[in-house]
Design a protein around this ligand. Structure first.
Ligand code: NDP
Length: 252
């Protein structure tokens, strides 16, 4: 599908992107900034966030902000403090892209370690749940509030050896649907994106033998990221949309 997105569709909006230091999150932050947004870059590796910050500034887009936070250890208090900081600094929050995730270890179900399960569920599910709870009061005040989660093909179709990651993405889609239903009579729209195979470090970890040059890049899949974050998607709610609908799931 072709998404029609105005060049200034995100003008004056404030958008938080988690996992903004590399991969899809980095590109989404740059693309949102290119369409007029002030982006808040959240991630755990400050040097990577600073590099994205510098890139956005060098391109002449609105000055971004950085929130260093490891979702593994973050508490509800951290998220409440974060909401307060954002409100104090920007006075608004128009959108959140929940992008950061852990792949964990791919293994047969009966060998999946409890620690791996806990780590993946913490970063991919609980952190997103707590952060969303803290940020919702701000997002609800926005003219076109947007919450965008990130799922996966294994978030709606289980596949052997995808263990905790797949379970976490099923939970993400459930969380998205529940919140979308609760927000249906408001200005907030809640959806998810399934990026499909995309050339990033996570993909290389999952498919180490693959020729990554065959894969779409994060930049290739940005139209959907822009569409679901902007005013154009006001009639879309509770959907998980595939960024590469024609691609067959699995190895390239
Ligand atoms: P990457 O592994 O390339 O990037 C993930 C980002 O998340 C990194 O910036 C990483 O930070 C950050 N992150 C991971 N753990 C934490 C944490 N504990 N606290 C804060 N930040 C953290 O992943 P992709 O860009 O490939 O994936 C982005 C999203 O897309 C994920 O939700 C993934 O599940 C989903 N997806 C990706 C696909 C693909 O083919 N690439 C396919 C389907 C879904 P740091 O840089 O510090 O490690």
């Amino acid at each position: 599908m072709e998404y029609q997105i105005a060049a200034d569709s995100l003008k004056d909006r404030v958008i938080l992107v988690t996992g903004a230091g590399e991969g899809i999150g980095r590109q989404a932050a740059i693309s949102y900034a290119a369409h007029g947004a002030t982006v808040i870059l959240l991630g755990r590796t400050v040097a990577k966030l600073e590099a994205v910050y510098d890139e956005i500034e060098a391109l002449g887009y609105a000055q971004p902000a950085i929130i260093p936070l490891d979702l593994q250890g973050a508490t509800k208090q951290n998220y409440d403090d974060m909401a307060e900081t954002i409100e104090g600094q920007f006075g608004r929050l128009d959108g959140v892209l929940h992008n950061a995730s852990l792949l964990g270890v791919m293994s047969p179900f009966d060998q999946l370690g409890e620690d791996t399960f806990d780590d993946v569920m913490q970063v991919n599910v609980k952190a997103q749940f707590l952060m969303t709870q803290s940020l919702m009061p701000l997002v609800k005040k926005a003219e076109d509030g947007r919450i965008v989660f990130t799922s996966s093909t294994v978030g709606h179709q289980g596949r052997a050896f995808w263990g905790a990651y797949s379970i976490s993405k099923f939970a993400t889609e459930g969380m998205m649907q529940i919140l979308a239903d609760e927000m249906s009579n408001t200005n907030v729209r809640v959806n998810a994106i399934n990026p499909g195979a995309t050339r990033t470090a996570m993909r290389a970890k999952a498919y180490p033998a693959e020729d990554s040059s065959e894969l779409k890049t994060p930049a290739d899949i940005m139209p959907l990221y822009l569409y679901l974050m902007g005013p154009e998607s006001k009639n879309v709610n509770g959907q998980c949309i595939d960024a590469q609908p024609k691609r067959k799931p699995g190895a390239a």
